[in-house]
Write a protein that binds this ligand. Structure first.
Ligand SMILES: Cc1cc2nc3c(=O)[nH]c(=O)nc-3n(C[C@H](O)[C@H](O)[C@H](O)COP(=O)(O)O)c2cc1C
Length: 207
Protein backbone atom coordinates (compact mmCIF):
# COMPACT_ATOMS: atom_id res chain seq x y z
CA UNK A 1 0.00 0.00 0.00
CA UNK A 2 1.46 3.41 -0.86
CA UNK A 3 1.62 5.82 2.09
CA UNK A 4 -1.28 8.25 2.50
CA UNK A 5 -0.90 11.53 0.65
CA UNK A 6 -0.56 13.55 3.88
CA UNK A 7 2.27 11.27 5.07
CA UNK A 8 4.12 11.77 1.84
CA UNK A 9 3.68 15.52 2.04
CA UNK A 10 4.89 15.86 5.62
CA UNK A 11 7.64 13.24 5.80
CA UNK A 12 10.97 15.10 5.99
CA UNK A 13 13.29 13.97 3.20
CA UNK A 14 16.11 15.39 1.17
CA UNK A 15 13.42 16.60 -1.24
CA UNK A 16 12.65 19.42 1.19
CA UNK A 17 10.63 20.06 4.32
CA UNK A 18 7.38 19.05 2.70
CA UNK A 19 8.73 15.78 1.23
CA UNK A 20 8.02 14.36 -2.20
CA UNK A 21 4.68 14.84 -3.97
CA UNK A 22 1.96 12.18 -3.78
CA UNK A 23 2.28 9.08 -5.90
CA UNK A 24 1.10 9.44 -9.47
CA UNK A 25 2.46 7.52 -12.41
CA UNK A 26 5.05 9.75 -14.05
CA UNK A 27 3.61 9.37 -17.56
CA UNK A 28 0.06 9.91 -16.28
CA UNK A 29 1.24 13.19 -14.79
CA UNK A 30 3.09 14.20 -17.95
CA UNK A 31 0.15 13.45 -20.21
CA UNK A 32 -2.44 14.97 -17.89
CA UNK A 33 -0.74 18.30 -17.27
CA UNK A 34 -2.30 21.13 -19.22
CA UNK A 35 -2.64 24.88 -19.00
CA UNK A 36 -5.73 25.85 -17.06
CA UNK A 37 -6.09 29.47 -16.05
CA UNK A 38 -9.45 29.40 -14.26
CA UNK A 39 -9.15 28.26 -10.64
CA UNK A 40 -11.28 27.86 -7.56
CA UNK A 41 -10.52 30.52 -4.93
CA UNK A 42 -9.67 27.94 -2.22
CA UNK A 43 -6.18 28.60 -0.87
CA UNK A 44 -3.40 26.11 -1.58
CA UNK A 45 -2.00 24.79 1.73
CA UNK A 46 1.49 25.96 2.62
CA UNK A 47 2.88 22.42 2.81
CA UNK A 48 1.63 21.71 -0.71
CA UNK A 49 3.29 24.90 -1.99
CA UNK A 50 6.53 23.82 -0.32
CA UNK A 51 6.24 20.39 -1.94
CA UNK A 52 5.89 22.08 -5.35
CA UNK A 53 9.02 24.15 -4.74
CA UNK A 54 10.87 21.03 -3.58
CA UNK A 55 9.81 19.20 -6.76
CA UNK A 56 10.94 22.15 -8.87
CA UNK A 57 14.31 22.01 -7.14
CA UNK A 58 14.92 18.43 -8.36
CA UNK A 59 15.61 19.77 -11.87
CA UNK A 60 18.87 18.93 -13.68
CA UNK A 61 21.35 21.71 -13.20
CA UNK A 62 24.81 21.93 -14.77
CA UNK A 63 27.43 23.08 -12.21
CA UNK A 64 24.85 22.79 -9.42
CA UNK A 65 24.24 26.51 -9.14
CA UNK A 66 20.52 26.04 -8.49
CA UNK A 67 19.79 29.10 -10.67
CA UNK A 68 16.05 29.08 -9.95
CA UNK A 69 14.63 31.82 -7.74
CA UNK A 70 11.03 31.58 -6.53
CA UNK A 71 8.76 34.39 -5.33
CA UNK A 72 5.49 33.06 -3.93
CA UNK A 73 2.38 35.24 -3.95
CA UNK A 74 -0.66 34.26 -1.88
CA UNK A 75 -3.49 36.12 -0.14
CA UNK A 76 -2.93 39.87 0.04
CA UNK A 77 0.54 39.34 -1.45
CA UNK A 78 -1.15 38.85 -4.82
CA UNK A 79 -2.07 42.55 -4.78
CA UNK A 80 1.63 43.41 -4.89
CA UNK A 81 2.00 41.33 -8.04
CA UNK A 82 -1.11 42.88 -9.58
CA UNK A 83 0.13 46.40 -8.85
CA UNK A 84 3.52 45.56 -10.37
CA UNK A 85 1.86 44.20 -13.54
CA UNK A 86 -0.35 47.29 -13.89
CA UNK A 87 2.58 49.65 -13.26
CA UNK A 88 4.73 47.84 -15.81
CA UNK A 89 1.95 47.87 -18.39
CA UNK A 90 1.56 51.62 -17.86
CA UNK A 91 5.33 52.19 -18.17
CA UNK A 92 5.67 50.13 -21.34
CA UNK A 93 2.32 51.05 -22.94
CA UNK A 94 1.28 54.52 -21.68
CA UNK A 95 -1.69 54.52 -24.06
CA UNK A 96 -3.44 51.68 -22.20
CA UNK A 97 -6.61 53.15 -20.62
CA UNK A 98 -7.33 53.06 -16.89
CA UNK A 99 -10.01 50.31 -17.02
CA UNK A 100 -7.58 47.99 -18.82
CA UNK A 101 -4.92 48.74 -16.21
CA UNK A 102 -7.42 47.94 -13.47
CA UNK A 103 -8.07 44.59 -15.16
CA UNK A 104 -4.32 43.89 -15.23
CA UNK A 105 -4.10 44.80 -11.53
CA UNK A 106 -6.87 42.35 -10.67
CA UNK A 107 -5.53 39.41 -12.70
CA UNK A 108 -3.48 37.75 -9.93
CA UNK A 109 -6.53 37.80 -7.65
CA UNK A 110 -8.23 35.29 -9.93
CA UNK A 111 -5.97 32.49 -8.70
CA UNK A 112 -5.15 31.69 -5.07
CA UNK A 113 -1.45 31.22 -5.84
CA UNK A 114 1.10 32.72 -8.20
CA UNK A 115 4.78 31.82 -8.31
CA UNK A 116 7.31 33.94 -10.16
CA UNK A 117 10.33 31.93 -11.28
CA UNK A 118 13.53 33.80 -12.00
CA UNK A 119 16.95 32.73 -13.27
CA UNK A 120 20.10 33.98 -11.60
CA UNK A 121 23.01 34.71 -13.97
CA UNK A 122 25.66 31.95 -14.16
CA UNK A 123 28.54 32.27 -11.68
CA UNK A 124 30.87 29.57 -13.00
CA UNK A 125 33.02 30.73 -15.91
CA UNK A 126 32.16 27.62 -17.95
CA UNK A 127 28.41 27.74 -17.34
CA UNK A 128 26.55 29.24 -20.30
CA UNK A 129 23.43 31.32 -19.85
CA UNK A 130 21.43 28.97 -22.08
CA UNK A 131 22.24 26.07 -19.75
CA UNK A 132 21.10 28.06 -16.77
CA UNK A 133 17.86 29.11 -18.47
CA UNK A 134 17.19 25.50 -19.47
CA UNK A 135 17.69 24.36 -15.88
CA UNK A 136 15.12 26.89 -14.68
CA UNK A 137 12.68 25.88 -17.42
CA UNK A 138 13.09 22.27 -16.22
CA UNK A 139 12.32 23.46 -12.70
CA UNK A 140 9.15 25.14 -13.93
CA UNK A 141 8.06 21.98 -15.73
CA UNK A 142 8.74 19.95 -12.55
CA UNK A 143 6.57 22.40 -10.65
CA UNK A 144 3.73 22.06 -13.16
CA UNK A 145 3.90 18.25 -13.10
CA UNK A 146 3.97 18.16 -9.31
CA UNK A 147 1.05 20.57 -9.18
CA UNK A 148 -0.92 18.22 -11.41
CA UNK A 149 -0.05 15.31 -9.10
CA UNK A 150 -1.44 17.35 -6.17
CA UNK A 151 -4.72 17.90 -8.04
CA UNK A 152 -3.90 21.50 -8.90
CA UNK A 153 -4.35 23.24 -12.24
CA UNK A 154 -1.65 25.57 -13.46
CA UNK A 155 -0.86 28.08 -16.17
CA UNK A 156 2.66 29.17 -17.16
CA UNK A 157 2.60 32.80 -18.30
CA UNK A 158 5.42 35.05 -19.30
CA UNK A 159 6.07 38.37 -17.58
CA UNK A 160 7.80 41.64 -18.24
CA UNK A 161 11.33 40.22 -18.29
CA UNK A 162 12.49 43.29 -20.21
CA UNK A 163 11.31 45.70 -17.51
CA UNK A 164 13.89 45.89 -14.67
CA UNK A 165 11.48 47.91 -12.49
CA UNK A 166 8.90 45.16 -12.76
CA UNK A 167 11.39 42.51 -11.69
CA UNK A 168 12.49 44.63 -8.74
CA UNK A 169 8.86 45.23 -7.76
CA UNK A 170 8.09 41.50 -7.62
CA UNK A 171 11.18 40.62 -5.61
CA UNK A 172 13.65 39.58 -8.30
CA UNK A 173 16.84 41.42 -9.20
CA UNK A 174 17.01 43.31 -12.50
CA UNK A 175 19.91 41.08 -13.62
CA UNK A 176 17.81 37.97 -13.12
CA UNK A 177 15.67 36.74 -16.01
CA UNK A 178 11.97 36.22 -15.42
CA UNK A 179 11.30 32.74 -16.80
CA UNK A 180 7.71 32.21 -15.69
CA UNK A 181 4.75 33.55 -13.80
CA UNK A 182 2.87 30.42 -12.82
CA UNK A 183 -0.74 30.77 -11.72
CA UNK A 184 -2.13 27.87 -9.73
CA UNK A 185 -5.30 26.74 -8.02
CA UNK A 186 -7.72 23.85 -7.78
CA UNK A 187 -9.64 23.30 -11.05
CA UNK A 188 -13.38 23.88 -11.34
CA UNK A 189 -13.84 20.34 -12.69
CA UNK A 190 -11.71 17.22 -13.24
CA UNK A 191 -9.40 17.56 -16.22
CA UNK A 192 -9.49 14.89 -18.94
CA UNK A 193 -6.20 14.15 -20.70
CA UNK A 194 -5.94 16.67 -23.58
CA UNK A 195 -5.33 15.49 -27.16
CA UNK A 196 -1.91 16.56 -28.45
CA UNK A 197 -0.06 16.03 -31.71
CA UNK A 198 2.47 13.24 -31.82
CA UNK A 199 6.21 13.41 -32.43
CA UNK A 200 6.64 11.74 -35.85
CA UNK A 201 6.74 14.98 -37.88
CA UNK A 202 9.30 16.42 -35.49
CA UNK A 203 11.66 13.44 -35.36
CA UNK A 204 14.56 12.22 -37.48
CA UNK A 205 15.87 8.73 -36.88
CA UNK A 206 19.55 8.16 -37.63
CA UNK A 207 20.15 4.40 -37.70
C1 LIG B 1 7.91 29.79 -21.96
C2 LIG B 1 6.40 29.78 -21.96
C3 LIG B 1 5.72 30.98 -21.88
C4 LIG B 1 4.32 30.99 -21.89
N1 LIG B 1 3.67 32.19 -21.79
C5 LIG B 1 2.32 32.22 -21.84
C6 LIG B 1 1.62 33.46 -21.75
O1 LIG B 1 2.22 34.51 -21.58
N2 LIG B 1 0.26 33.45 -21.83
C7 LIG B 1 -0.43 32.27 -21.99
O2 LIG B 1 -1.66 32.32 -22.09
N3 LIG B 1 0.21 31.07 -22.04
C8 LIG B 1 1.56 31.02 -21.97
N4 LIG B 1 2.21 29.81 -22.01
C9 LIG B 1 1.43 28.55 -22.04
C10 LIG B 1 1.29 28.00 -23.43
O3 LIG B 1 0.53 28.85 -24.23
C11 LIG B 1 0.67 26.60 -23.33
O4 LIG B 1 1.60 25.75 -22.70
C12 LIG B 1 0.30 26.10 -24.69
O5 LIG B 1 -0.86 26.72 -25.15
C13 LIG B 1 0.06 24.58 -24.71
O6 LIG B 1 -1.00 24.25 -23.84
P1 LIG B 1 -0.81 23.17 -22.69
O7 LIG B 1 0.10 23.79 -21.65
O8 LIG B 1 -2.20 22.93 -22.16
O9 LIG B 1 -0.19 21.94 -23.26
C14 LIG B 1 3.59 29.77 -21.99
C15 LIG B 1 4.31 28.57 -22.07
C16 LIG B 1 5.69 28.56 -22.05
C17 LIG B 1 6.44 27.24 -22.14
Amino acid sequence: MPPARADLIRRPTSAGPAGPPPRMDALEALYGRQSVGVHRPDPVPRDVIEALLAAASQAPDHYHERPWRFVVFTGEGRRKLGQAIADSTHRCYPEVPAPALAAERAKPLKSPLAIAVGQAPPQHEHLQEIESICAVACAVQNLLIAAHAFGLASHWKNGADGDPEFKRAIGLRPAQRLIALVYLGYPLAPLPIPPRPGFADRTTWVE
